[in-house]
Design a protein. Sequence first.
Length: 115
Amino acid sequence: MQSKTLRLVSFVIGALAVVAGVDIAPDAAGFLLARGNGGKDIRIEDVYYSCVNGNSFAMVRNGAPGDVENFDAVEAGEMTVYVPKSMSFENDTPRIVAFPRKSGVRDVGVPNTKR
């Protein structure tokens, strides 16, 4: 009985977890600010691209999402990052980095999503 209760409590805590922070690499922050023409709202999308090494990255786009109720808004330095409530991340903190896509274009994404 005790193990069932412990599993239930663990599940409820996990289900209620909210992303409290975002780690943005300095080069990624500069890239986002330059690309967004000074806009300070960015969102993580459940869309994935591969880098030249074949790793998968959740894309990061400029601007607030249209359906903000499905996102947690997290202040990260001078930017507000909208994180989908449906996504989970290793160490519970999205890590935003710049990376080279297979096309050779540099982009910004999150490598530490759990799928």
